[in-house]
Design a binder for this molecule. Structure first.
Ligand code: ADP
Ligand code: MG
Length: 250
């Protein structure tokens, strides 16, 4: 089992989008057993992206020792397992540092646990990084989020948690966007995923159905390739000729 944290020091870059859609890609395209946890305890949106408006049990109950992680796990129609965080305003919020220990209970049940991180580099984010075996850093192709990515990379390295690489999200290939090569040089990290701007993503959030599940989604291929990359597996691609041959074989 591998725990992957999805992080950046900036909000709005696509951490939650990637957590949800990478999770579904791992389940649907690669047949993996995947749990996604909302590690953004103060401003959680993972449940919302996955169509869960209210949950009886959340990560907050787990961190406050009222319930087990298993008790707070919900199953999305895609087959993805989710632990949402509570949407209600709390004072104080539960201690995120317990997250790493809480994962022990479900280690054998999953191939991957993905943790959706908060913005910033505070305790909430540090707890996500510490609970992860490695982290995927998310950025958009613009300077302020690249700077935030560099911060996230530095914090992860200082905590001795390896960085898988960067996912550049919301790429439109516009002239004013930063080039992948420049982002790679600035961050001194590999770019492991380029996710295009896809109107199905905000539309999917509104309809509470992740973009990956809509077949004509522009970003679908990028999520499959990212799933292949993180799992080290490639899906055998059935080309047209192969398909034709298999038709005639019968
Ligand atoms: P974060 O978790 O980093 O704060 P979100 O995943 O919530 O960011 O995404 C922020 C907003 O950007 C959301 O409204 C989402 O729909 C939109 N978004 C994310 N990725 C893309 C994309 N590739 N194309 C278009 N819109 C996107
Ligand atoms: Mg988020």
């Amino acid at each position: 089992m591998t725990v992957i944290g999805i992080i950046s020091a900036k909000g709005g870059v696509g951490k939650t989008t990637i957590s949800a859609n990478l999770g579904i890609a791992l389940v649907k395209a690669l047949g993996k057993r995947v749990l996604v946890i909302d590690g953004n305890i103060t401003t959680p949106t993972l449940g919302l992206q996955l169509g869960m408006l209210s949950q009886e049990k959340t990560l907050d109950d787990v961190l406050e020792d009222r319930d087990t992680l298993q008790d707070s796990t919900y199953i999305h129609p895609s087959g993805l397992h989710i632990v949402p965080a509570s949407l209600s305003l709390r004072q104080p919020y539960p201690d995120p540092e317990k997250l790493k220990d809480k994962l022990v209970e479900v280690r054998d049940k999953y191939d991957f646990i993905i943790i959706d991180g908060a913005a910033g580099i505070g305790r909430e984010v540090i707890s996500v990084i510490e609970a992860s075996d490695s982290v995927l850093v998310v950025s958009n192709p613009e300077l302020s989020s690249v700077v935030a990515a560099i911060k996230a990379i530095k914090v992860s390295k200082s905590l001795n948690v390896p960085v898988i690489g960067l996912a550049i999200n919301r790429v439109e290939n516009k002239k004013y966007e930063m080039k992948a090569e420049d982002i790679k040089n600035l961050t001194e990290s590999d770019i492991v995923s380029i996710i295009p701007f896809d109107k199905n993503i905000p539309a999917g959030v509104k309809q509470m159905e992740p973009a990956f599940l809509s077949k004509n989604s522009r970003s679908r291929r990028a999520f499959i390739e990212l799933a292949e990359y993180v799992s080290g597996e490639e899906i055998p691609k059935q080309g047209f000729m192969q398909k034709l041959k298999s038709v005639f074989r019968h």
